[in-house]
Design a protein around this ligand. Structure first.
Ligand code: C5P
Length: 232
């Protein structure tokens, strides 16, 4: 059964076994899962294959950033594994993003291709040090527009940025937002959080949730509680 949920559960686990142990406690018709750099570097395509075998849509969060031809090849490799979504850094530039888009289109691959704008870990001083003057918000907007013009289907952004990006880039442009904390959960190390409902109201199309589900005694009960918050 296809999954229509906006929820993406971040499998930030250090090993294949740990990730699958959690996945086995989730329902693939009610969420998708995100595989990031640590898990993929340890377990490689096996983890993607195992999750697909269990029926999960996979967001391969490897944030590719390299010369156009190399990124196009990496994105093609991800899409050929059948992942639902993959991402690149918008700061890799127009030609890099266009090359990735063109490669998917040429091979008839329908994986969602989205871009990361500005990492939320970067503050104004960090950006100034790498030559980005002006605010992080302005840079997010600049890169989101560039991503859209370069054929990306959306961006990863904070829920705080979602409403402005909805105005600038439209409803259909995907806004995948981490930093989500349901009412029942602790903030952990996230600074600016939003509840699932607030994030959706602000324009998020997909919500990335990690620890509130993965660290819960009963992950599926936590997922159900989030669904209820969304439905209210
Ligand atoms: O456990 P938690 O819900 O905080 O996990 C959020 C997930 O989203 C993690 O995989 C984290 O790396 C990712 N992420 C984030 N903030 C960003 C980009 C990605 O929290 N700006």
């Amino acid at each position: 059964m296809p999954c229509h949920s906006p929820l993406i559960i971040a499998l930030d686990h250090p090993s294949l076994d740990a990730a699958l142990c959690l996945a086995d406690r989730l329902d693939p018709t009610r969420c998708r899962v995100k595989v990031g750099k640590e898990l993929f570097t340890r377990s490689g395509p096996d983890v993607v294959e195992a999750l697909h075998g269990r029926g999960f849509g996979v967001f391969l969060d490897l944030k590719f950033h390299d010369i156009p031809n190399t990124v196009a090849g990496a994105v093609q490799a991800a899409a050929e594994q059948g992942v639902w979504m993959v991402n690149v850094h918008a700061s890799g530039g127009r030609r890099m993003m266009e090359a990735a888009r063109e490669r998917l289109d040429r091979h008839g691959l329908t994986t969602h291709l989205i871009a990361v704008t500005v990492l939320t870990s970067l503050e104004r001083e960090d950006l100034a040090e790498v030559g980005v003057t002006g605010s992080a918000e302005a840079q997010v907007e600049r890169l989101a527009r560039l991503a859209k013009e370069s054929g990306m289907s959306g961006v990863v952004c904070s829920a705080q940025e979602a409403s402005r990006l909805r105005e600038r880039c439209g409803e259909d442009f995907l806004k995948v937002t981490p930093g989500i904390r349901p009412r029942f959960a602790a903030a952990d190390d996230q600074r600016r959080v939003m509840t699932p409902r607030e994030a959706q109201r602000a324009g998020s199309t997909h919500l990335v949730v990690g620890r509130p589900v993965t660290q819960a005694d009963d992950p599926m009960a936590a997922l159900s509680a989030i669904e209820q918050e969304l439905a209210q």
